[in-house]
Design a protein around this ligand. Structure first.
Ligand code: FPP
Length: 274
């Protein structure tokens, strides 16, 4: 089934997400303790495949299923923004068959879920360089953005051909043009001005960064946006991850004290904790 080209108005009442097959329900987290923006480095597909004697692409297929469940779980718990590291600027260096397999899965995930996500009020955004994606995938990602542009239940940023250094380089290039043409005074620049040149400037800073698969590194993901993120590293390989792991990571977040370099605890959105 191909994507509708024209944006369709979302039904007035968003469709609730399907429940997890186990029947597990989202824990109640007080709104003031809920992270606004969770980012996930979805790692471990290759190792999961190897442990099952399967090709890496089968691991990515399992990873796609995990992604779909996590998106439903994010809606269920009331998360506002979710960033998913789907394909990095460095991932092009993988064997062509693996790269092609991941592209195909991205197509499939969008094709099979976009209409339901739209009915659930999910907004899809693409964060990354847009020049290297195959035209068909680029068209599909941009159609998903157009279709869901006015949704506000959950924003999902698909980080595709994303690298934080590339993002900052692209931002600085655009800012340099504005300086050269006199639109920007370099002496008057503040941090928020640079943030305004990032791929998705109106998304919140990342409150919680989760990485699966047992590795404990950031891998060039959202270096600016995650400057003060709480980090949760999860041993589970991505194909075995589901919404219950996301909820657990969010519960871990609720007991962290964030002080942003000061002494008083600060809640997401910058308000002081009472
Ligand atoms: C990392 O595991 C995973 C990837 C590079 C691909 C992830 C992409 C998906 C799951 C599709 C997501 C779809 C959407 C729409 C967001 P790895 O291969 O590096 O694992 P390894 O460290 O075990 O080798």
């Amino acid at each position: 089934m191909s994507l509708p080209v024209e944006p369709m108005p979302r039904p007035r009442r968003p469709l609730p997400p399907p429940a997890h097959p186990s029947g597990a329900r989202a824990p109640r987290i007080p709104e003031r303790r809920l992270p606004r923006h969770v980012a996930i480095i979805m790692d471990g597909n290759g190792r999961w495949a190897a442990s099952h004697g399967a090709a890496r692409t089968r691991g990515h297929r399992g990873g796609s299923r995990a992604t779909v469940d996590v998106v439903d779980g994010a809606v269920e718990i009331g998360l506002a923004q979710l960033s998913l590291y789907a394909f990095s600027t460095e991932n092009w260096a993988r064997p062509a068959a693996e790269v092609d397999g991941i592209m195909l899965l991205l197509h499939e995930v969008l094709r099979d879920n976009i209409e339901r996500w739209h009915e659930q009020g999910i907004r899809v955004r693409w964060s990354g360089r847009r020049t290297r994606a195959a035209p068909a995938l680029r068209a599909e990602l941009e159609a998903a953005e157009d279709l869901t542009r006015h949704n506000d239940v959950l924003t999902v940023a698909v980080c595709f051909d994303y690298g934080s250094r590339t993002e900052l380089l692209d931002a600085v290039r655009r800012m340099a043009v504005d300086v050269a043409t006199g639109r920007v005074d370099p002496a008057a620049l503040v941090e928020q001005d640079l943030a305004g040149y990032l791929y998705q400037p109106d998304m919140a800073e990342i409150d919680l960064l989760v990485r699966t698969g047992g590795e404990q590194r950031i891998s060039n993901f959202q270096l600016w946006q995650a400057a003060y993120a709480e980090l949760v590293f999860e041993d589970t390989l991505w194909p075995e991850f589901d919404r219950r792991h996301l909820w657990r990571a969010m519960q871990t977040y609720t007991v962290r004290q964030r002080r942003f370099g000061g002494t008083a605890e600060v809640m997401p959105g910058g308000t002081a904790a009472s």
